[in-house]
Design a binder for this molecule. Structure first.
Ligand SMILES: [Zn+2]
Ligand SMILES: [Zn+2]
Length: 276
């Protein structure tokens, strides 16, 4: 069994020429679990050699735009490149059903054009949504996925995921401050991926709208302390605000290392992290 984390997009809401929007894939023996689908995710998936048809499930942590901008692209591209297209299973917090319905409504004209044009396209894309807040969302004997509530208030509800397979585990936390649900997900995990900000740098900016993002994200210290408390093996920092230049990556990592003895990574897009 092989389990690998692919950093599809390591960016944040702020457009970045080097970092696509938040998105990761967990590969379990070739099965691809896509967690969030931010700006440019499909372009990066192509770079990783992962086609939309290969996606086993889309797992959404929350419905903030930066985490879902490319869901419409995933739905459309999976549909028009599948022969025939399999339904897209989507798991997400309460609100995901509404989001998917609205996305399909937005795509209605395009769906009509394509069905009219192609003789073998007879039905619109199918999306199967499961809204989840706490507990098991998949256990098929090979892969086990659990979900737990996170704390990104005032954005609510939000969730994180833990994917277990063959005795290995990876946690995709999404945007959250430290909380009980996150601790539960992370307990003893091999790899923990956390969206992270530097409140010290953001605090210097003096722009109220930017200052407000400090309230509902994990800082580097928060993420490292969660990692230490849970005894994880590797902490992966992503969705970093402000985006670190390559020359600043070591500083972020050493700030985390003040609180956590394990491995700390701050990957680039398309970097791969072995799990376990
Ligand atoms: Zn968010
Ligand atoms: Zn975000």
């Amino acid at each position: 069994m092989t389990m690998e984390l692919v950093m599809v997009g390591t960016g944040s809401p702020l457009p970045d020429p080097l970092r696509a929007g938040p998105s990761q894939v967990v590969l379990v023996d070739g099965r691809a679990f896509l967690v969030d689908c931010g700006r440019g995710a499909l372009m990066r998936l192509a770079g990783a050699g992962i086609s939309p048809a290969m996606i086993d499930r889309l797992l959404l942590t929350h419905l903030h735009s930066d985490h879902v901008t490319d869901v419409n692209d995933l739905i459309t591209t999976r549909w028009i490149t599948g022969f025939p297209a399999a339904p897209l299973p989507v798991v997400g917090p309460i609100g995901t059903e509404r989001f998917v319905e609205a996305t399909l409504a937005m795509l209605a004209l395009d769906i009509g054009y394509r069905i009219d044009h192609h003789d073998d396209l007879e039905e619109p894309p199918r999306v199967e949504v499961e809204e989840a807040d706490d507990g098991l969302v998949l256990d098929d004997g090979e892969v086990r996925i659990t979900v737990a509530p996170t704390d990104h208030r005032p954005v609510h509800p939000t969730v994180g995921y833990r994917i277990n397979a063959g005795g290995r585990s990876v946690v995709l936390a999404g945007d959250t401050v430290p909380c009980e649900g996150l601790d539960r997900l992370c307990d003893g995990a091999d790899v923990y991926v956390q969206t992270t900000i530097r409140d010290d740098l953001i605090g210097q900016l003096g722009v109220q709208r930017i200052l407000e993002v400090r309230n509902y994200h994990s800082t580097v210290a928060d993420a490292a302390q969660t990692a230490a408390r849970a005894g994880v093996g590797t902490l992966v920092l992503t969705h970093c605000v402000p985006a670190p230049l390559p020359s600043q990556v070591d500083e972020w990592i050493s700030m985390a290392a003040e609180h956590f003895d394990g491995e700390v990574l701050l990957p680039a897009d398309l970097d791969r992290v072995p799990v376990g």
